[in-house]
Each structure stands twice: as structure tokens, then as C-alpha cells.
Design a binder for this molecule. Sequence first.
Ligand code: PLP
Length: 456
Amino acid sequence: MTTTKFLLDESRMPRHWYNIAADLPVALPPPLHPGTMQPVGPDDLAPLFPMELILQEVSTEREVPIPEPVREVFKLWRPAPLFRAHRLEKALGTPAKIYYKYEGVSPAGSHKPNTAIPQAWYNAQAGIRKLTTETGAGQWGSSLAFAGALFDLDVKIFQVRVSYDQKPYRRALMETYGATCVASPSNETNSGRAILAERPDHPGSLGIAISEAVEVAATHDDTKYALGSVLNHVLLHQTIVGQEAMLQMEMAGDDPDVIVGCTGGGSNFAGIVFPFLGQQLRGGGKTKKRRIVAVEPAACPSLTRGKYAYDFGDTSHLTPLVKMHTLGSTFTPPGFHAGGLRYHGMAPLVSHLKQLDLIEATAYTQNECFAAGVLFGRTEGIVPAPEANHAVKGAIVEALRCKAEGRSEVILFNLCGHGHFDMAAYSNFHAGKLVDQQYDEKELAMALAGLPSVPA
Ligand SMILES: *Cc1c(COP(=O)(O)O)cnc(C)c1O
């Protein structure tokens, strides 16, 4: 008897999020106020976020309860399934066992609603009426739009210009959920106007869209800002993924030797990895040491080529300084299809773990990732999001290493979303039209030279 999918009953859905801050061997460097260079306090963040989320951002409690109304919404798609990739294993001829946690079953098609729902709920509880945010590929925008519809919040989304033009169906989805979409840079903010004045046809970037969304929230009392990745509380919300996966791996009777995830801002990776890593950190060397691999795009390689330094989270420098692996806040990556991985920085928690050598990082080009995604589609049936293709590629590389070494390791990866809104990218791949563009070394050097100087 072989089992292909491992399903948890709704009653076994986790009741708390796991906070890795409680188990870190070295505390996370604090975010700094760019004016005073002092750690930011809750009050500094209050114009942007409701207090409950600010408290989660700085919490060191190991377990943070998931509010019951949030769990009720999660039941629309959670617990998410864990699959054993029998057919992919066979196609690769590997003795390794490959498992994947599938987050594409959410209404928006990715892991992003795992944090959109609680963020919208805490804002609604605090009496907030409007949320602003940015979106690149449109995954986060559609997730927050969905969450806004459930909790009766107006959602305004600054969508990076190129993706606004290239992905009309993601925009249609956001509008179907009732949100408003604006192409960024826009004329609605000082940040946007300043950029358009210099370059009216600017294609936009996540850093610019964040500036616009933050500016609107900071200047309107009834409006707050929501971020889809990077921040501690966002990574916290995603840990429901790894906690479910732990229970499901137990059902499967296996324990992963290698865990793989793709990294844009770091949230889906943290979601699957942190609960396993926490177990290892608490075990003090007595539990199994697993290899943990972050996979990023070669064209935007913050963990593998960036500098670990304090930097701004946005282009117009409205955010606090956070210590992270960064390519520089002015760095614009060349065009490639995994829009969700085109961010100049990385979650401070993920960067910190990389710095402590608790995780590894590797980078692949988009063509090799799409080839991996196509093989996955032809064996397992699911067509992954371009971002998720990076995790598929990472898992396949590990499985082929196992084949070469004749080892039957257990590999687990996060299949963080499906690619049904990204079929134009697949068409380009099939037509041989995807280009593996190199980032500009000179631009990277310039962006890194422009990092803010922070007293030690
Ligand atoms: C947003 C997104 C990503 C990148 O964000 P992380 O915070 O690194 O997870 C990756 N995959 C998908 C499907 C996304 O929507």
C-alpha cells in the first residue's frame, strides 16, 4: 500500500503560531529609526500597524494563539495537503523520498492568505476601515483583497506597473474581491510623483510600491498598511504551514533530512522551516540536524550575493532600517517571471539564521526553474507558480544528489502556489523566449555603496 496524500482533519489544525524568536541562540538585531539610529519602539510603528500586530512583531513568546475567527476562515482550505511525489521520484530515478506541502489550495492560490486573513482581522478588531498594500506578481494583492472582503475593509493596492500591464487577470481577481488597484509609480503619492517626474514610463518596483502604500497609510488616520512578507509577524503567521507538515510527516512515518523553500521576502520558506528548525534548536544537538535550503533567483540573489547590513525596506526610505541580506534599496533586478521574488532584501529572521549558518542558500536561473516546473507538472499534475519553481528545482537537485550518492534521504519542500495566472510565462518558456538576464554588476555595486551607514 502506498499513500500519496496525507490529510489532517480540521480538528487537528494548529491552534497557535510558532515564534522562533523564543528559541534563537542569538537575539535578532533590532530595527532602527533612520533619524535617531535607536531601536524603533511600538509607538514608531503605530501609524502603520494595529497594536496587536506590533506586539507580535516584537514578541518572544514561543506560542502565539491563533484567534478562533481566523481559524474559522482557515477552514475554507486548511489544513493543506501534504503529498508524496511518487511520480516525480520515479521520473528522476532517485532513491530519495520527496514530499511537498501544497499551499496552492487557498482561494488566492498561494500561502499568502495565511497572513492576509489574520492581518485583516486584527485591523478590523482595532476599528480600522482601510488597508493599503503593494503587490508585484499580484499574489499578495489578491490575498489581501480576499481578506478585506471577508472582514469588510476597503483595500487599496499599489501594483507594480509592469505586472499591472502584464497580468490583467490578477488585477481582475483583486477587483472581483472588491479591492482597488493602482499602477505604481502613481500620481497619488509624493513618492510616486517624484519618480514619475524623473521617468514618466518607469516600470515600477516592489520597493517603490511599498513607499506609496506606506505613505498613504502614514498620512491617513483610518488607514493602515499591510505587508505580505519580510516582517516577523508575517513569518509567524506562516508557521501554520510547517506545524501541519510536522504532523503529516509523522503520519507518513518519515522525518525530513532536507527541507527546501523558495525565498522572495522569506515568508513561505520560514513557514515550512521554522517549526522544524525550532525543534532542532530546542533539542540542543540531541534531535536530528536537518539541512535547510533556501532557493532564490540568480537575477535577484539577496541571500547569496547581498550584503548582511542595515538597509531600508523601500526605495523612498520611509521604513525603519532592518538588518538583512540586501542588494541595496535602489537595486532594480532585471525582468524575470517570478515577480514575487524580485525584492532587494530578505526577512531579517531568515537573514539572521543564514548569518548563524543554520540554513544554506542557493540561486538558480529562471529557465532551469521553469524546466523543473514543467517536469513537475508532467509527473505530479500541478503547474507551479514561477516562484514555486525555484523550490521544485531545489528539491530536484537534492533528489539527483541522492541518486548520485545512492542515498535514500527524505526531502520536503513547500509548493507555495500554483501557476494558473502565470501561463503566459509558461508559453514564453515553451517558445524558447525566456531570457536568463544577468543583473548589472555595476548597478549592484552602486546600490550597495549607497547603503546607509549605521554606527556599530
Ligand atoms: C509572494 C510569493 C513568494 C515570495 O514571497 P515569500 O515571502 O518569500 O514567500 C513566493 N511564492 C509565491 C507563490 C508567492 O505568492
